[in-house]
Design a protein around this ligand. Structure first.
Ligand SMILES: *Cc1c(COP(=O)(O)O)cnc(C)c1O
Length: 391
């Protein structure tokens, strides 16, 4: 008789077979089983070869990767534990000690921190360039330039880049172009059709869509790029939770309706803000006041939920803090792409090319009714008027 202790590990019963659901199961697993000792091998190429270890993916995360790749019309997609991990993976796969990389001045803050903090110590040189430089990026190339980053629109300051022009220069010189395509959810801007080699997203934002997970993706078309990324992905042990993968698969199903509604609501709020005398500039890619708007109009199929405003110079930092604190529906916090509207001050945003006078605030519009959001802003702005009268 087998001991009950062994039965706990090797039961003689199982659930009935034949269950078919619309939902992809959440496959967990570190150990994945080989049929025979002869089959044992350690490979990260789960797609082509065989499952070998949970670190490289389970059917849940590999389904998500394949579906992101399908939407971006890539050949291969690797998942990472977050968007920042995807950024780190790209740097470590494509830049070595002694190399030079070009990064737009409008890059996502933690990407810049990584370039300044880690790449410098690895002996990789970084040059920041004006995001609106276009084909003139050629003048900044060095013999050892290996990688050009693009992010369009840029984080917080929202410059829309001429990615095709930059990619054309890079192609002539055999340099890899990586794009942070998070704003476009990998959909509103077709990275590969515009000459990009490596497209990454923080799935945390629109694919997750509910502020409850962290995931990233890196998509490529070239086999050699896939191999370069896959090797480093394995070495760094970039494990992805199947639970988060499952939430992201759910998020994909509603991405279409969310993006449509977010675009409409965001434009309504951004246009209203543009009419207020307390606002100097609205930095929304679909509005002509946004630097690089013409690139957006030419290359994008829509706009998303995040934009910034530069408040007018008659407002002090304290009155802006008061304004944000008075908002009731808008919450104060980082990240975006979820269902809740957010406002975050970027008073200390430093850009080499343009100055924002310490009055930059970024908004994320959620799925609330835009008229309620405008009413919320109205009451916060009204108090601002009162404050100024009292002075
Ligand atoms: C949020 C964000 C990231 C990083 O994503 P995490 O999942 O939060 O690490 C990268 N790029 C951009 C443009 C982002 O907004």
């Amino acid at each position: 008789m087998t001991s009950w202790r062994t039965t706990l590990i090797h039961p003689g019963v199982a659930a009935p077979e034949g269950f078919h659901s619309l939902v992809s199961p959440t496959y967990r697993g570190s150990t994945t089983l080989f049929r025979s000792a002869a089959d044992v091998q350690d490979t990260w190429r789960q797609e082509e070869l065989a499952y070998s270890y949970g670190l490289y993916g389970t059917p849940t995360t590999l389904e998500l990767a394949a579906r992101i790749g399908e939407l971006e019309r890539a050949r291969h997609t690797l998942l990472t534990p977050g968007g920042q991990a995807a950024i780190a993976l790209i740097y470590l796969a494509f830049a070595r000690s002694g190399d030079h990389v070009l990064v737009p001045d409008s890059i996502y803050g933690p990407n810049r921190a990584l370039a300044d903090g880690l790449l410098a110590s690895l002996g990789i040189d970084v040059t920041y360039y004006d995001p609106l430089i276009g084909q003139d990026v050629e003048a900044l190339l060095r013999p050892n330039t290996r990688l050009i980053w693009c992010e369009s629109p840029g984080s917080v300051t929202m410059e829309v880049q001429d990615v095709p022009a930059i990619a054309a220069v890079a192609r002539r010189h055999g340099i890899v172009v990586a794009l942070d395509n998070t704003y476009a959810a990998g959909i509103l801007f077709d990275a590969f059709a515009h000459g990009v080699d490596v497209s990454m997203q923080a799935l945390t934002k629109y694919v997750g869509g509910h502020s409850d997970l962290l995931l990233g993706s890196v998509s490529v078309r070239e086999e050699s790029h896939y191999t370069a990324l896959g090797k480093i992905h394995q070495l760094l042990g970039m494990a992805v939770s199947p639970d988060d993968g499952s939430l992201a698969l759910r998020g994909l199903q509603t991405l279409g309706v969310r993006l449509d509604q977010l675009e409409r609501g965001t434009l309504a709020v951004a246009r209203w803000l543009g009419e207020q005398r307390h606002i100097q500039t609205v930095l929304h890619p679909a509005l002509p006041s946004c630097p690089g708007h013409e690139n957006w109009a030419r290359d994008f199929t829509g706009s998303a939920s995040v934009f910034s405003v530069v408040f007018a110079s008659h407002l002090s930092k304290d009155s802006l803090i008061g304004l944000i604190d008075r908002l009731r529906l808008f919450k104060i916090g980082y990240s975006w792409g979820g269902v809740t509207s957010l406002a975050v001050p970027y008073f200390d945003a430093v850009r080499q090319v343009r100055s924002y006078g310490g009055r930059l605030v970024r908004f994320n519009i959620g799925l609330e009714d835009p008229s309620d959001l405008i009413a919320d802003l109205e009451q916060a702005f009204a108090a601002l008027g009162g404050e100024m009268l009292r002075k």
